[in-house]
Design a protein around this ligand. Sequence first.
Ligand SMILES: [Zn+2]
Ligand SMILES: [Zn+2]
Length: 122
Amino acid sequence: MLRAKEAHQKIYQDRRWKDLRALKYSDNPVCECCKRKYTEHIHHIIPFAQFIDLDYDKALEYAFDYDNLSSLCEACHIEVHKFMNMELEDFELLLEVLEEVDSNFNEYLLEVYRKNLEISVC
Ligand SMILES: [Zn+2]
Ligand SMILES: [Zn+2]
């Protein structure tokens, strides 16, 4: 079995990833979060790395799933990752606040948050 770091690198060097990323860049050239800046990064909504040690096939599934990708500018990408590392309690508090605010950024975060909650059973 591959170690997580090697597996991660292997996925990013995979031809399938390169094609998928190119397709995503051409389909969504503008950041899906702020909808203002051009895309600099392709982000996985459900992080595939969490499955590498448990179930490598599942990790591959999430890594190469077009619907699991988001085009993000660098600033939003950093924010999204901070948000993803929050504790569930803090997530829930944040959710209440976000629901009262209407902006592209918050809508995007809400969607990402919900998708991650659905799968995070462990
Ligand atoms: Zn952005
Ligand atoms: Zn990311």
